[in-house]
Design a protein. Structure first.
Length: 291
């Protein structure tokens, strides 16, 4: 049984269990206000992000589409310098082309030779212009290699299919009012392999044609498969030989050599004497590993 009594201020009191208290209107109001503030803060943050995004878009929209005059001037300067450089290069190429045409115009002139294997000024002359010089070397050596078989037939060499005839050193000297013509034939079998023989001729070309001169005194001018060697011997002979190496299949290699008489890039002393040398040397692999 619950007891009820009156307190001194006239209120009722009981000693039984109390009923749960309800939140007051102020408490409810404070909770609602706090929730409203949190929502407004969230909306405020979203609006600030939206404002920043719109401001960035406006700044990009206000930027001019064209470059500044400084950038335009710099680009025009670079373009002008590039145009001037290209103009200089083209002028140099045109000048080189005109020089090439002037040098090779006599070479291309139509001529009729009685003997296709005869030597003309084209075979012993080199211009000074680099491109003309390269083409002249190619023309000289290609003409020599083209006439290789004709030269061998003209001087009585047997066909490569026939039995090899040993001709160690056959010399034919003809003396006339214009000078002396010396023809030397050599035809022999070497115990060296083709590769060894080719390497020897390539590295010791002076010895291969019986010229005594130290290798360190030879001035070389290499251009593709051609080489121009210049040396002055101890007896005062000026040797200026253009030679080239041609591989004609796996079992044949031909070296062609020709003395250059008129070279615009060099002027030998008048007291030095010269000889007009023309050499064809063919190395062929024979039975076994010999050459």
């Amino acid at each position: 049984m619950a007891k009820v009594w009156l307190s001194e201020d006239g209120t009722k009191e009981c000693d039984g269990p109390k009923a749960p208290s309800r939140p007051s209107r102020h408490q409810i109001y404070r909770v609602l206000v706090k929730a409203r503030c949190d929502k407004l803060k969230k909306v405020k943050a979203e609006l600030e992000d939206a404002i920043q995004r719109l401001e960035k878009e406006q700044r990009r929209a206000r930027q001019p589409a064209s470059l500044s005059w400084e950038n335009i001037a710099l680009a025009l300067k670079d373009s002008s310098e590039e145009s001037r450089r290209q103009n200089r290069d083209l002028r140099d190429k045109i000048q080189a082309f005109h020089q090439l045409v002037n040098d090779l115009a006599p070479w291309a002139a139509l001529t009729r030779e009685l003997d296709p294997t005869s030597t003309t000024w084209r075979d012993t002359s080199l211009p000074i212009h680099p491109e003309s010089r390269r083409m002249a070397k190619t023309w000289i050596t290609q003409r020599m290699i083209h006439n290789t078989d004709a030269m061998f037939q003209q001087h009585g060499f047997v066909s490569r299919d026939d039995q090899c005839v040993d001709v160690w050193c056959d010399v034919d000297v003809t003396v006339s009012d214009t000078g002396t013509l010396c023809k030397i034939r050599r035809n022999f079998i070497s115990p060296q392999t083709l590769e060894q023989s080719v390497a020897f001729v390539r590295e010791n070309w002076l010895e291969a044609i019986l010229i005594e001169a130290p290798q360190d005194s030879v001035i070389h001018e290499c251009d593709g498969n051609t080489k121009l060697g210049t040396v002055i011997t101890s007896v005062g002979e000026y040797i200026h030989l253009l030679w080239a190496e041609f591989h004609q299949g796996p079992d044949r290699c031909t070296f062609v050599l020709r003395h250059i008489v008129d070279d615009d890039a060099q002027s030998p002393s008048a007291h030095l004497h010269q000889r007009s040398r023309n050499i064809w040397s063919t190395l062929v692999k024979v039975s076994g590993m010999w050459t």
